[in-house]
Design a protein around this ligand. Sequence first.
Ligand SMILES: Cc1cc2nc3c(=O)[nH]c(=O)nc-3n(C[C@H](O)[C@H](O)[C@H](O)COP(=O)(O)OP(=O)(O)OC[C@H]3O[C@@H](n4cnc5c(N)ncnc54)[C@H](O)[C@@H]3O)c2cc1C
Length: 491
Amino acid sequence: MPAAGPSSEPIIPTVPLTAQMRDSLRAIVGAKGLIEDEHGKQPFVTDWRGLLVGRAGAVVRPGSTEEVAQVVRLCHDHGIAIVPQGGNTGLMGGATPWPAHTGIVLSLGRMNRVLELDPTGYTMTVEAGCVLQTLQETASRHDRFLPLSLGAQGSCMIGGNLSTNAGGVQVLRYGNARHLVLGLEVVLPSGEVWDGLRALKKDNTGYDLKHLFMGAEGTLGIITKAVLKLWPAPKDVCTAWLAIRDPRAALEILSEAHSASEDNVGSCELMSRSAIDMVLRHIPGVQDPLRAETPWYLLLEWSSARARRDGAEGMSEKMEQFLADQLEAGRVLDAVIAQTGHQSHNMWRIRESVAEASRAEGPGLSYDVSVAISRIPEFIDLGLKAVLDILPSIRPYPLGHIGDGNLHFSFMAPVGMDQQTLTQYKAAITRAVNDLVTSMDGSISAEHGIGIDKLDELSHYRSKTELDIMRTIKRALDPQNIMNPGKVLRL
Ligand SMILES: Cc1cc2nc3c(=O)[nH]c(=O)nc-3n(C[C@H](O)[C@H](O)[C@H](O)COP(=O)(O)OP(=O)(O)OC[C@H]3O[C@@H](n4cnc5c(N)ncnc54)[C@H](O)[C@@H]3O)c2cc1C
């Protein structure tokens, strides 16, 4: 497996699909639900970054929970490995089968129905294959708000979002994906269906099983349905782009923004000038909102569910006053407030296109880490020094969800360096970054998960006790290790 993978491939079940098994799968999902030709399977066995390419005996696309359960039961009875897949936008290789994989990729894309929207109860019951953006738009049509929001929202699916416990740009206010869920339905590795599809805010009946499956990256079962929480739709939104003194100023600005906005901070995204320039180089149609003599910028958004009333002070007026105060305090060097939906969209497009731009830029390294919020500036200083000591010509472009203490500590290869040469530095840089994170009591994966990429890192940094608990849970639910084998944990 190329660049992004760990040092050695884990042992996974390699029972091949027989002709009889293929017939049985076809009988369950129908001919259009089974992809067997190499060309058709290609997008399902290649990861979004184009770094990992695996194999699969077939891609299976069930259309209902019952079909998922039948497929899993069949695989269980024959020891066939299953890789669950949603939109295939994950950045850690969790949805990509290993090259030794002989089983199936189980794609949830056909399970894309919104089953119920309850505006009074502020809930939405959905199938796992619904595209996130479609769910946001559905909620919006009912004057409700689904706050999960990330750059891949046009193609990632809610089952994948929950399985990675996705973060994104609204965590600051609403929490990670797992905080937006009331109930789940899951097909277990045995093929049994666990019906936990309850729309309850309060339910202290033993272990909270739904949280076991969220963030498990498909290693414990297949999420087939979810009850999601909704919020009132935002009515008064103000987006601003700030040139700021440094990351410490970003924290001070955010800290004061909470009360200045009357607790209406929706997003606060730190961006380096180099990340912005990379987007401007590769993404057509975006405009630079502001250029100032600083390497640091902040995208700040305030939103209220209360519509702006004539004559009353709204989010924009509050933001204007706030930015004037911050300019005076020397934290903000310059700022622009979006005056139109187009301007706001342009600001967000810059932030959300960084992953796409980095893919176009060429080889690079990226670390999705978190530390306590107030330690972000210290981490940036020490981390940059540590990496530049190893490879002085590497080009950093850090950015992050600063209000969550989550930094995408990212680097482009030195100009002209190819992927293979960069890979020679990868082990030393990864050790330096993750040792620093750990010494600061942080996490080596804030929101992207473990997948294939961080398999070795998880076992290196988590305690034996923690790994033993995880393995015990995995073995109890999936004794044959058929459910997304070789991801998250080495057994
Ligand atoms: C441009 C871009 C921007 C991104 N921004 C963010 C961001 O801001 N925050 C963030 O957290 N992530 C981000 N990501 C990463 C990615 O979009 C998220 O991890 C997303 O939640 C994955 O959803 P998916 O449907 O594509 O899942 P996939 O990639 O298909 O799968 C991800 C994992 O979940 C498992 N899985 C998928 N569906 C199911 C299911 N129904 N049941 C059980 N297991 C399942 C897979 O086996 C795999 O391990 C970004 C990615 C891109 C490409």
